[in-house]
Write a protein that binds this ligand. Structure first.
Ligand SMILES: [Zn+2]
Ligand SMILES: [Zn+2]
Length: 359
């Protein structure tokens, strides 16, 4: 070890800082990757390099034991596939860069606990994100995301999900499977509706859906949660716009009040469609582990595994046929106090019987 040619001052600085490389505000264009020998490189645990001009993270890859990479306000546009070599990495913060895409190999960072890419240029998230079973904080606010992959349900430790200021039109129902989720922020998107089960996440405390100006209803399951909603202007989805966004108007009370729901749903059908009755029967059957279950058409399989929601009365799974009514509304005042928006509280049930007996 004492035979190495490392700069002794750098080695001392590394050792006294407990393995941190401090490089904030230095106008660096590249990350120094070759300043230590192989042995001393292994001592690097953290890199702090806020406000530089760094375009690539590849200089970090020699630090195989690194735990934290903190590089906000740099000039990164992409991450290499080989980032998965950093198997000790727990925290990656690249806020205020220009990252356009995440490599699928990000799903191999088994220890990753925090992934923070606020204010970048992401248009999609790779489905492999769902392999991050230890991820606790996912902050992708201020990007260009159109959706969250269904695989997000694999993030079994996720507590904080920040997706505000994106282009989301729907919030995937698989988010409702995240039992550890405590707060979700989806403000300033284009959300047209919320998944019926959103409030059933056991640990969920707070939901921010502000500035989704086309929302007409919130699921009853969110009643009692800390719900933030303000809307700076009132917008009505026109019938034509609704059709182009795969939504359908439906009347939810005797006052002919209208809300919009996804048009794959069969709303208040009288009796559930045959397809629905089949899915219910399969769901209850004992063939679940057999080949039969695996050979179901994909859309049937998917909806049985991840149902539209659960009946607010009897808790049975809901598939395509849902019985819906409004049980009053919640009024939200805009930040300047000038506009009040009313959103219906919607109850979702599996039958007219359940709907009628819902109190
Ligand atoms: Zn050395
Ligand atoms: Zn029911």
């Amino acid at each position: 070890m004492d035979e190495c040619s490392c700069d002794p001052q750098l080695v001392e600085a590394l050792e006294t800082s407990g393995g941190s490389l401090l490089m904030n505000y230095q106008r660096l264009e590249t990350l120094p990757g070759n300043i230590f020998c192989k042995i001393h490189s292994k001592l690097v645990r953290r890199i702090f390099g806020k406000c530089n001009l760094i375009k690539t993270i590849s200089g970090v890859l020699v630090y195989v034991n690194i735990v934290e990479i903190y590089l906000p306000s740099n000039r990164m546009t992409r991450l290499p596939e080989s980032i998965c070599d950093l198997q000790s990495l727990e925290s990656l913060n690249l806020t205020d860069n220009s990252v356009e895409e995440l490599p699928s190999s990000i799903g191999k960072l088994n220890k990753l606990n925090q992934l923070i890419l606020r204010n970048n240029c992401l248009k999609r998230i790779p489905p492999e994100i769902g392999n991050l079973a230890n991820l606790c904080m996912l902050d992708l606010a201020h990007n260009g995301l159109h959706q969250v992959p269904a695989q997000i349900k694999g993030c079994k430790s996720l507590k904080h999900l920040y997706l505000s200021n994106n282009k989301l039109a729907t919030l995937q129902r698989q988010v409702c499977d995240l039992e550890t989720l405590e707060d979700v922020c989806v403000g300033s998107n284009n959300l047209l509706h919320l998944p019926p089960d959103l409030g059933t996440n056991r640990n969920l405390v707070s939901v921010n859906v502000s500035e989704n100006n086309f929302l007409t209803a919130i699921p009853w399951s969110l009643k009692g949660k800390h719900l933030k909603y303000h809307s700076s202007y009132l917008t009505q989805l026109t019938p034509i716009a609704a059709t182009s966004t795969s939504m359908q108007p439906c009347y939810v009370n005797s006052n002919n009040d209208k809300v919009y729901l996804p048009n794959y749903l069969n709303i208040n059908p009288g009796i559930p469609a045959l397809m629905d009755l089949s899915a219910r029967a399969i769901n209850l059957s004992t063939y679940k582990d057999s080949l039969l279950f695996d050979r179901l058409p994909k859309n049937v399989y998917d909806i049985i595994i991840d149902p539209t929601g659960h009946c607010n009365c009897c808790k049975n799974k809901l598939f395509w046929s849902v019985f819906v009514k409004s049980v009053g509304h919640a009024d939200f005042v805009s930040l300047d106090g000038g506009v009040t928006t009313s959103l219906h509280y919607l109850v979702f049930c599996c039958s007219s019987l359940c709907l009628d007996s819902f109190k």
